[in-house]
Design a protein. Sequence first.
Length: 178
Amino acid sequence: MKTKQWMLACTISLFSSMSFAVQPTDQAIHKLMQVMNLDQLLQKTMQQIRPQLDQQAYSIVQNIVKHEQLTPQEQIVANQLADKMYEQSKKTVSWQEMQPIYQKIYKDVYNAEEIQAQIEFYSSPIGQSILNKAPQVAQESMKIMNSRLISSMQNSEQDFKEINAQLEALKKAAQSNN
């Protein structure tokens, strides 16, 4: 009998906590995205990460041509690659593409009270100041991530060389045993 009472209490507790978490309306989420200027933040962020995309393209071409200093022709190719990467990135994170994604994420993650609290915060001068600095945070984060990824790619390249050498040794050993 006590087990049934405990299960009933747990069930009531679960449902009562769920009833307090009211799902936000689409209008409230839309207002939050407007207050946050998410579409403009995406554009600013893309502009600020352009130097990292340029560096990434340069590194990709360096890895392909296998030398440190690119020739003028190779630099042109790297610039073309950077332009293509930038345009593709702009399309990928355009507001038209991202708005429905943000809408769904915000609706799934936040309740109505949390959305309202964010609207109030981001409507304040300090909230707007924080939002205006978000692209700079993204830019600095991207710099760090790119340098780590480049280092990781270089380490992976060395790992692949070592594995390839081991495989070649196994292949030669297998051929000599035949």
